[in-house]
Structure formats: structure tokens, C-alpha cells
Design a protein around this ligand. Structure first.
Ligand SMILES: [Zn+2]
Ligand SMILES: [Zn+2]
Length: 462
């Protein structure tokens, strides 16, 4: 098990994820992706898009706006039902989810012990007076209000006038943008069932109890798919999508033992494909636009069933981060390494000069960085000794380091050999490659062929 605090601390120290508005004390459960974090998350989204949209003939993409017509949320049921029951403390004004409040630890001033203050685990009674919690769990003093339904959608106003007519919402899910565009996509792209529409975008939920780093946040990014099928084929498609999505994470290095499938019950499944079809019907009714599909074979109009094999961009990013994190002993020192798949790694190559006072080495290394940058995200770093530079790159998951040394550029004693050293992050093995050959070798390495390359070129001893 990886200690989450270590991940959070590494994320901040190495520019993956920062607390939002940190210099103002932070905003609750909002996070900013730093220079390396945005690269990682963009890679997750790019691979998902490539695999789920571009490489399939039955999928197309969409990017709907975040602000939608308010009636969308009436039709989808979010205005009436996207709520949590909340209670408020009359004393400290804190707000709690009525259905979760008994899971929280609670503060208790015990009359059986002269009013001493205790903190008692959620659901348990006081050992002294045997009372269960009845007051506010946080302050231990305030009475709680009756439960009220609290809508999780963020409200805002469209246009210059802040009245009810201008009230609208930040979308709590990206799916509705797909549903309301069903007919547009169907007609413009001449789609035939089964087909899917995918989109990546932000969604907002005013969660009362967010937490666990970027796992549950109020603003998050979804990678959504609505896959429309003929009624009756939904169970088969549901299974195909489970298999497809389940195979996706290991393709980019996630260990299978870290993946778990939460199986839907049969009833749950039937209800769910039907439920998404009902949303299309609701939008048809509320908007007055038919959202139907004309089946050429039966010459009948029908409302398709919908499979929703969606994923969270932030959650997938966090999962890849946690899965990649390793600590190991190397020469009696701790090495922290993020074993990212090369396609996910924020930086692909670091070019390091062995001596930063040697101008020829530095110039060659900088020129090499510029050349490599045309194809890969490469960086140049000369701000520490080579050992430290390697460790820094290990810690952010850079798959390969390229080192320029005296032999590369030559000196009074020996002519330049025009070769550089490539070091592999995971094995820490090294090979020496002619600069002219660096690009094709790197291409091979990025495809995951270190051992073949090492075998051909021979490892160098160090
Ligand atoms: Zn209170
Ligand atoms: Zn007590």
C-alpha cells in the first residue's frame, strides 16, 4: 500500500498537483495541476481519446458547452433529484450529510465525567454515560436542524440581470451535452446504431464531503461515453465495454491486481440501460424535438438504449500516479521512482551534461535537447551532480536520460566519439549510442524495447 501523504507531498514538491489558491489558504477540495501534472493528465486524456474515439469506427467526439439551457436540468431530473439530505448545526453552522453523519467521529462533553470532552468514533456510544450522539458531531454543543434536501448543482446567472429568469447551472455531468446533441450528431455524421459519442470536459458538484486528494472534488473532469445500441443488445454491449475499459488501464502499465470491477446486479443493469434511454425520452418531451433513430431494417422509429462506459480524468490520473509510485533501495540509498508507461510520462527524455563547466559538453547537450524536442517532450538540466539529476528524473518518471560527457565531444587527449549514454529509468542500465542514431533508437525505446536495444548495443559498465 502506498502512503497517500507521500503521493500528496511528491505531487507538490515536484510540480504535479498544488492546492488551489494556496497563498490564500486554499479552496476546499480544489486542486491545480502543475507543470508536470498537466502533462500527465493531458497524456491520460489524449490516450483515452485516441483509443476510445479515433481508433474506432463506431465512435465520434463532441465538446459541448458547460453552461446549458436550464430546462436541460429539469428534463434530466437533476433539479428535482440531484440532492443530498443535509442537516445544519444551530451553534457552529457546520453542515453535514444526514445519511452520513453517524459515520463521523463526534465530540462529546460528558456529564457523567464533569463535562469532560471526548472524541468518540462514528456510531459508537460514550463509554461513561452510554449515550449516543444527538448533537453536532463537530462542536459537540449545537442542536441539529431537520434534514433538508440540498441540490448539488452550482448556480449562476447568465447575462447582466441576477434574477430567477437568468438562473442557470454549471453542468454536474457532461452526459447531458451528449444527449441533447444526439440528433445533431446522428444527422450530421450519418451514424448507424450501434455508435457512441465521447467527450472530455469539466463538471461541477457542490459536494458537502469532498476529500481524498483529487479523488472526490467539486470541480472535476469527465471522460464520458454514451454508446447507443438497439434495445435487446444492451447486455452484450455492456459486457464488451467492460472488457474494453478494463483492458485499457494495463495497456498503459497499471498493474492488474490494482484494478477491481464492481459488478452490477442484473436488475441494476437492466434498470440502468433503460434509465439512460428514458433521459432521451425526457429531453424529447421537454424540448419538443424527437430524439429517435430510424431503423432501416424494421422501418420503425425507436429510442436506443444507452451504455455509459465513462471514466474520470482526474481519478484515472491519480490511479496511474499511485500505481507508478515505487520506493526501492539502491546502493543503500532510497530511490523513489514513478514507473510511468512512456506514453504517460510527463517528460520523456532528460539531457544531462556530465560537466557543466565544459562548454563543448553544454553546447552539445543543449543542441541535442532542441533536436529531441521536435519529437518528444525533452528537458535539459545541469543544476546538480549527475547522480542527483538521475534521481530527480526517476522521481518524476522520466523514462530515459541522455548524458553528454568528455568522450562525446573529445579533448586534447582523445578525439570525439560523437556518442551519448542513454540510461533506462527502470533498470538503471546504460547503453552508448552514436548521436546520429539517437532518434531511431529513442523511437524503439519509447515503444518499450529496452532489452532488445541493450542486447544489440551492449550494456556499458559503470
Ligand atoms: Zn456544531
Ligand atoms: Zn458520556
Amino acid at each position: 500500500m502506498v502512503d497517500m501523504d507521500k503521493i500528496v507531498s511528491l505531487c507538490k514538491r515536484r510540480g504535479f498537483i498544488f492546492q488551489s489558491s494556496e497563498i490564500y489558504g486554499g479552496t476546499g477540495s480544489c486542486w491545480d495541476y502543475g507543470p508536470l501534472g498537466v502533462e500527465l493528465k493531458n497524456n491520460v486524456k489524449r490516450l483515452w481519446w485516441r483509443d476510445c474515439v479515433q481508433s474506432r469506427s463506431d465512435m465520434v467526439g463532441l465538446d459541448a458547452s458547460i453552461l446549458m439551457h436550464p430546462r436541460v436540468w429539469r428534463a434530466s431530473g437533476h433539479l428535482d433529484h440531484f440532492t443530498d439530505p443535509m442537516v445544519d448545526c444551530r451553534a457552529c453552522k457546520r453542515r453535514f450529510r444526514a445519511d452520513k453523519i453517524d459515520e463521523e467521529e463526534w465530540v462529546h462533553y460528558c456529564e457523567a465525567t464533569k463535562g469532560n470532552r471526548f472524541t468518540i468514533p462514528g456510531g459508537q456510544a460514550c463509554k461513561h454515560c452510554h449515550h449516543l450522539r444527538s448533537l453536532c458531531p463537530a462542536c459537540g454543543k449545537g442542536e441539529l436542524t431537520e434534514a433538508r434536501q440540498f441540490n448539488l448543482m452550482f448556480k449562476t446567472f447568465m447575462g447582466p440581470v441576477e434574477d430567477d429568469a437568468a438562473l442557470t447551472y454549471l453542468r454536474p455531468e457532461t452526459a447531458q451535452g451528449i444527449f441533447v446533441n444526439f440528433d445533431n450528431v446522428l444527422q450530421s455524421m450519418r451514424m448507424k446504431l450501434p455508435f457512441g459519442i465521447a467527450q472530455i470536459g469539466k463538471a461541477f458538484r457542490n459536494e458537502i464531503t469532498p476529500g481524498n486528494f483529487t479523488f472526490r472534488t467539486r470541480e472535476f473532469e469527465q471522460m464520458e461515453i454514451e454508446f447507443f445500441v438497439m434495445p435487446g443488445t444492451d447486455e452484450e454491449w455492456h459486457q464488451r465495454w467492460i472488457d474494453e475499459r478494463f483492458a485499457w488501464y494495463p495497456r498503459y502499465g497499471m498493474r492488474k491486481e490494482n484494478l477491481r470491477l464492481r459488478e452490477h446486479g442484473k436488475d441494476e443493469l437492466a434498470h440502468y440501460a433503460k434509465r439512460t434511454a428514458d433521459i432521451l425520452k425526457q429531453h424529447a418531451q421537454f424540448s419538443g424535438t424527437a430524439l429517435e433513430y430510424f431503423d432501416e431494417e424494421s422501418k420503425q422509429k425507436l429510442v436506443p438504449y444507452v451504455i455509459e462506459p465513462s471514466a474520470g480524468a482526474d481519478r484515472a490520473t491519480l490511479a496511474f500516479l499511485v500505481d507508478a509510485y515505487h520506493e526501492e533501495e539502491v546502493r543503500e540509498e532510497k530511490r523513489v521512482v514513478l514507473r510511468f508507461h512512456a506514453e504517460l510520462a510527463p517528460l520523456k527524455i532528460a539531457v544531462l551534461p556530465l560537466l557543466k563547466k565544459n562548454n563543448r559538453i553544454v553546447e552539445t547537450a543543449k543542441q541535442l535537447t532542441a533536436d529531441l524536442r521536435r519529437r518528444w517532450h525533452a528537458v535539459y538540466d545541469d543544476t546538480a551532480s549527475i547522480g542527483r539529476l538521475y534521481r530527480r528524473q526517476d522521481e518524476v518518471g522520466t523514462p530515459f536520460c541522455v548524458t553528454v560527457d568528455v568522450q562525446t565531444v573529445g579533448d586534447e587527449k582523445a578525439a570525439a566519439d560523437d556518442k551519448v549514454t542513454i540510461r533506462d529509468r527502470d533498470t538503471m542500465e546504460q547503453v552508448r549510442v552514436p548521436i546520429d542514431n539517437l532518434e531511431p533508437v529513442m523511437t524503439e525505446l519509447m515503444a518499450g524495447h529496452w532489452s532488445a536495444v541493450a542486447c544489440r548495443l551492449g550494456l556499458i559498465k559503470n
